[in-house]
Design a protein around this ligand. Structure first.
Ligand code: ATP
Ligand code: MG
Length: 485
């Protein structure tokens, strides 16, 4: 074991948030050993901004609870931990772990329960990578390095503690962690890890619960190096294990959004991991929509059913929580509305809670070369920056163009299919389209036609009396969209 001077490696109390210092101090005062460990120490040494700080101690969860009282909650069964709340921060405090007992390991070697308390020497070998096993005591200005981790930091190498195959079998999620850290830190994966990281090994991820895989997928999406990690997921056959039916190719849309996501994180903007799921599943959604359209389902129903199917399939690998599902389906549904808005709905669409996400999605589709958006991404981009008067003018212009297009297409299509899904029973006299052309965005030519149907006169502009009527204005203020509302 080497004791390093922390300040020599750029670590200092002033670089730590007060919450983690308080955790260390409270435990120390109560007579326990306490260290900062894991990503916080690693990232500070590398000059990165740590995502969070984790603490480790020789106090058991019950003793941690006694030291922090109501500010502490014990969580987890497989892996018992203390959550300590200091102000707005949440600090995870783990207890030193000894090797797990034999009887809590599955036939495949996976550790099912891991609550065997031990010493710091036993604890460090239980951690995954050497660079995640440095113990920092800020009050003493020391780092305990049991495994030459500092050399691996210098040579930018991801090295497992112990035999890689055994470490993967114990916990297959370490495969995802390997790729995540390789991409995030721009480290090389040690050759002995690469050697055992085979497609067969990746199959072990099937034993991981969809909840845990969803959590891990979110970490992949939000770490700021999404564009680097996606090819690695494909290369190591992990993609297939976590993304059910999504073809393992990074199409221009996925690539564009991944880059955009990383840029947003870099400048401190918020991102919603559900957005990336919506992007990944988009092609599957379009295909499934087509499948239902071929069965002569009305477009809105086809889309709704396709959305359900595609998300249900993905749930067999990573859970998609209800609010995430709603978000994804709303973003997809928004595509239809933004592509062919009724002129009188444009203003309220722009104020819709899902407008931002729906517009970003459309715009990024367009920017990545999807021509089926018909330039509407750019149209909305410009629309948002206009003054009120200018908006009225462009809506009128848009309206005229739609009417012209409508006239061209009325000879070939005749349908009363609503743009917004209508839950009411269909009249047996209403006509159905036998064949419907679907573009790659899942918007049928029938949809486009219907969108323009509302405009009975070719040249309605913002001065048209109907737009001035109080009732119309009131109705527009309450427009709701689609089945996923
Ligand atoms: P980051 O927080 O930046 O994602 P991290 O290394 O801190 O990275 P956490 O998931 O916060 O990752 O875990 C904290 C520490 O717990 C790790 O650094 C590692 O020492 C240990 N650890 C976490 N998950 C595992 C695992 N599956 N196997 C072994 N050790 C793990
Ligand atoms: Mg961490």
């Amino acid at each position: 074991m080497h004791t390093l001077r922390a300040s020599k490696y750029g670590l200092a109390i002033k670089k730590l948030p007060p919450s983690i210092i308080e955790v260390i101090d409270v435990l120390t005062k109560a007579g326990y050993e306490a260290y900062i460990v894991g990503g916080g120490v690693r990232d500070l040494i590398l000059g990165l901004n740590p995502k969070d700080f984790d603490a480790v101690t020789n106090a058991t969860p019950a003793q941690i609870k006694a030291a922090f009282g109501r500010r502490c909650r014990i969580i987890g069964r497989r892996f018992e931990l203390a959550h300590v709340y200091i102000g707005r921060d949440l600090i995870e405090v783990a207890t030193f772990r000894a090797p797990p007992k034999k009887e809590v390991t599955s036939a495949q070697g996976m550790i099912l329960r891991d609550n065997n308390w031990g010493t710091i020497e036993q604890d460090f070998v239980r951690r995954d990578f050497s660079i995640n096993a440095m113990y920092y005591q800020p009050r003493k200005d020391i780092i305990l390095d049991f495994c030459h981790a500092i050399d691996d930091i210098k040579s930018k190498t991801l090295r497992f503690l112990g035999q890689p195959a055994k470490r993967f079998e114990e916990d297959p999620v370490r495969m995802l962690r390997t790729l995540r850290f390789a991409a995030k830190l721009k480290f090389n994966i040690a050759q002995d890890i690469v050697d055992v990281f085979t497609p067969n090994m990746a199959k072990l991820l099937r034993d991981i619960s969809p909840h845990r895989l969803y959590d891990e997928s979110q970490k992949l999406f939000t770490m700021g190096q999404l564009n680097q990690v996606l090819p690695l997921l494909i290369q190591f056959d992990v993609w297939k294990q976590i993304f059910a039916d999504i073809p393992p190719t990074i199409n221009p849309f996925i690539e564009r959004v991944a880059r955009n996501t990383d840029q947003r994180i870099q400048v401190g903007k918020s991102i919603n991991p559900a957005f990336f799921y919506a992007v990944l599943l988009w092609e599957n959604f379009l295909e499934r929509t087509q499948f239902y359209l071929n069965k002569a389902l009305p477009p809105a129903e086809a889309r709704a059913q396709a959305g359900l199917d595609v998300i249900k399939r993905q749930c067999t690998r990573t859970v998609i929580p209800r609010f995430t599902e709603t978000f994804i389906r709303e973003v997809w549904e928004m595509q239809v509305r933004l592509m062919s808005p009724k002129p009188q709905q444009i203003e309220s669409l722009a104020g819709h809670p899902r407008f931002r996400a729906g517009f970003d999605f459309l715009y990024l589709r367009e920017k990545s070369g999807d021509t089926t958006t018909d330039g509407m991404g750019q149209w909305w981009e410009e629309y948002q920056h206009l003054s009120r008067d200018e908006k009225e003018i462009v809506i009128a212009k848009y309206n005229r163009q739609r009417s012209k297009k409508r006239h061209k297409s009325t000879e070939t299509i005749d349908t009363q299919e609503p743009l917004v899904k209508d839950e009411r029973p269909r009249s047996k006299f209403s006509r159905r389209v036998k064949t419907t052309n679907v573009t790659t965005d899942g918007i049928t030519t029938a949809d486009r036609h219907v969108a323009t149907q509302s405009t009975s006169s070719e040249n309605i502009d913002f001065k048209h009396p109907i737009l001035k009527r109080k009732r119309v204005q009131r109705d527009l203020a309450h427009v709701t969209f689609g089945p996923t509302q």
